[in-house]
Design a protein around this ligand. Structure first.
Ligand code: COA
Length: 388
């Protein structure tokens, strides 16, 4: 295995982008990343794309071919691979691309993530998202993403005394960060009071505890690390990559307040990087619901189990806290076009490690972690990156 670096990135704005198509979004992100890396199209050996459910959101399968074509690669005939792992599709596309470069099979690859979710009505988006849950034992009986995460939140409150206000603090922080991110879907700070009083979706999660339904795309360019300096002065090395799985359904878990997929993926990534949680300078965490960020802060080892709520209340995870979490605004405020999310997380960490995150820049950031979850925790992909 050889070292692999990120040498370029590109993101589109996230949001309800009714004037943009799926192919326009991924072509914009991809061309920005290629331009940022300064590579020519001819140097790219393969294309990987994470997309959860284009077949239902826009009626399109054969996404790999569509993306290669839209991005102008049909004439170079490079392999194009679509990767699906629910909302961890983007993170898994990066891992597959990373392995292909680490193995020596490819030198330079482009990895994209894209979803166009708002062309269907809200109830259809909810149903499509629920296809990532257990159809037979959860979705068939009416369970949805918000309702399952609501059960996790209720149990966490019961076991550890986590409060409604602590959940809301996650959204306060992430909206404040999103307000500093020009690409975020929501750029409005939101008060604790507004969040607690927002319309209820599934108790205790109100509308402002949920990530939104979003359109958007992100892309990065990966390169063999020994060739990276030819393209950029600021390559960012992937020093750890971990993936793990768990039962598809929530009721199969040993404990619904812990995502074992996160615990195991993190263990692998930390081991490869030869680092511990205390060595991480910032993290992009899969906060699809406010409780998900609290769980991950614990499962990644930043705080002890049960203390994630207190950590956000004590401002440990703000931009100037001990471990800044979701500097981009997270899924909550930046938006969550499901297939794009994992790639956008790596783009944010890369910006931070290159010192290019503008008003949300973390001082002296050297090591960042990206945490991408599929479903209600059945899949997890984690990457650790370091400035070279
Ligand atoms: N956070 C903040 N604002 C939100 C929002 C959210 N999650 N969802 C919608 N809004 C805003 C919209 O921008 C819109 O604002 P506007 O009136 O200024 O344009 C307004 O609220 C109404 O939007 P609408 O689309 O009608 O909301 P909705 O009631 O159909 O959907 C949720 C709200 C919370 C149900 C929906 O966002 C949702 O299902 N989120 C969860 C998605 C999910 O499960 N993702 C997978 C997670 S892993």
């Amino acid at each position: 295995m050889r070292d692999v670096a990120v040498i370029g990135l590109g993101v589109t704005k996230f949001g309800e982008l009714w004037d943009r198509s799926f192919r326009q979004l991924i072509a914009e992100a991809g061309s920005k990343a290629i331009f940022d890396a300064g590579v020519s199209g001819k140097e790219i050996d393969a294309l990987y794309v994470g997309s959860m459910s284009a077949s239902r959101f826009i009626g399109q399968t054969h996404v790999a071919a569509l993306v290669a074509d839209s991005a102008g690669f049909s004439h170079t005939h490079i392999p194009s691979i679509r990767v699906e792992s629910a909302d961890a599709s983007g993170g898994l596309a990066i891992r597959q691309a990373y392995l292909s470069v680490a193995s020596g099979m490819n030198d330079i690859v482009v990895v994209g993530g894209v979803e166009k979710m708002t062309d269907v009505i809200g109830s259809e988006a909810t149903e499509t998202l629920a296809t990532a849950l257990d159809q037979e034992w959860e979705a068939f009986f009416g369970a949805t993403y918000p309702s399952l995460y609501a059960m996790i939140a209720t149990r966490h409150m019961y076991e550890y005394g986590t409060t409604r206000e602590q959940l809301a603090q996650v959204a306060v922080k992430n909206h404040a960060n999103g307000a500093l991110n020009p690409y975020a879907q929501f750029k409005n700070p939101v008060s604790l009071e507004t969040i607690v009083n927002a319309p209820m979706v599934a108790y205790p999660l109100g509308m402002l505890d949920c990530s939104p339904v979003s359109d958007g795309a992100a892309a990065i360019i990966l390169c063999a690390a020994d060739k990276a300096k030819k393209y950029t002065d600021k390559p960012v090395k992937i020093i750890g990559s971990g993936q793990a799985s768990d039962t598809l359904s929530l009721h199969g878990r040993r404990d619904i307040c812990t995502f074992d997929s996160t615990v195991h993926a993190a263990k692998k990534a930390y081991k490869q990087a030869n680092l511990q949680p205390k060595d991480i300078d910032l993290a992009e965490i899969h906060d699809c619901f406010t409780i998900a960020e609290i769980l991950a802060v614990e499962d990644l080892g930043f705080e002890k189990k049960g203390e994630g709520g207190k950590a956000v209340e004590d401002k440990m995870t703000t931009l100037d806290g001990d471990i800044p979490v979701n500097t981009s605004g997270g899924l909550k405020a930046k938006g969550h076009p499901v297939g794009a999310t994992g790639v956008a997380q790596i783009a944010e960490i890369t910006m931070q490690l290159r010192g290019e995150a503008d008003k949300r820049q973390i001082k002296n950031a050297q090591v960042g972690l990206a945490h991408n979850i599929g479903g209600s925790g059945a899949s997890c992909v984690i990457h650790i990156l370091e400035a070279m």
